[in-house]
Write a protein that binds this ligand. Structure first.
Ligand code: PGA
Length: 230
């Protein structure tokens, strides 16, 4: 079954979350996950949908202002977390090492994890893509291995929020490369929309999608989930 995760980023407080959740139902044959901001997690969990956080810290508790731990998420009924999203790497100093630490701690507590990797346009065009992806994936593989509950999201940075997706061939090629380094489900992310979802999701090695902008609207997120179910 394909995993379709809606990464809402810093959109939708509790009220809008309740509205979305009331209007959304997961189509049969797909593993649909909602990833709202931290303050909206309780509202999403109460709706009965499967819910992931957008980040999780490696310590159970401690002096880490602004962070949230795996036991805290579990207490709320959250099932997993995204870690290492490119926006965290780009704006908040997330590194391959911190991503790996977050991943291993979350898995140890029984949370599912979507760990994000992806190259920038400059890295792709200068021939650094394989090296960058290898470092990102192997840092996770070294500490976590192909553990149950772990998925990688391949999100080329140049495709996020730009309307420019990887071609099906590019996705196939990179997904195969990632799986050769760490044999876990690999999701594609970066401008997935209702009109390109079916083609991307039908590629070999594409085990689901991490959807940003198009996950904010119930109809378009439902259409993407339906494309994954067919
Ligand atoms: P996008 O975002 O679908 O809006 O490109 C994807 C992501 O950042 O996870």
């Amino acid at each position: 079954m394909k995993l379709i995760a809606g990464n809402w980023k810093m959109f939708k407080g509790p009220r809008e979350t309740r509205e979305f959740c009331a209007a959304f139902s997961t189509p049969a044959g797909v593993d649909a996950v909602l990833c709202p901001p931290f303050v909206s997690l309780p509202a999403a969990v109460e709706s009965g949908h499967t819910v992931f956080a957008q980040n999780v810290h490696w310590a159970d508790d401690g002096a880490f202002t602004g962070e949230i731990s795996a036991p805290m998420l579990l207490e709320l009924g959250v099932s997993g977390a995204i870690v290492g999203h490119s926006e965290r790497r780009q704006y908040f100093g997330e590194t391959d090492e911190t991503v790996a630490r977050r991943t291993v701690a979350a898995l140890r507590h029984g949370l599912r994890v979507i760990a994000c990797v992806g190259e920038s346009l400059e890295e792709r065009e200068s021939g650094q893509m394989d090296l960058v992806l290898r470092l990102q994936v192997e840092t996770i593989a070294d500490v976590a291995g192909a553990e149950e509950g772990l998925a990688i999201a391949y999100e080329p940075v140049w495709a996020i929020g730009t309307g420019q997706t990887a071609t099906p061939e590019q996705a196939r090629e990179v997904h195969a490369f990632i799986k050769s380094l760490l044999d876990v489900p690999v999701l594609y992310g970066g401008s997935v929309k209702p009109d390109n979802a079916e083609e991307l999701l039908s590629q070999e090695g594409v085990d689901g999608a991490l959807v940003g902008g198009a996950s904010l609207d119930v109809e378009s997120f439902t259409a993407i989930c339906q494309a994954a179910a067919t």
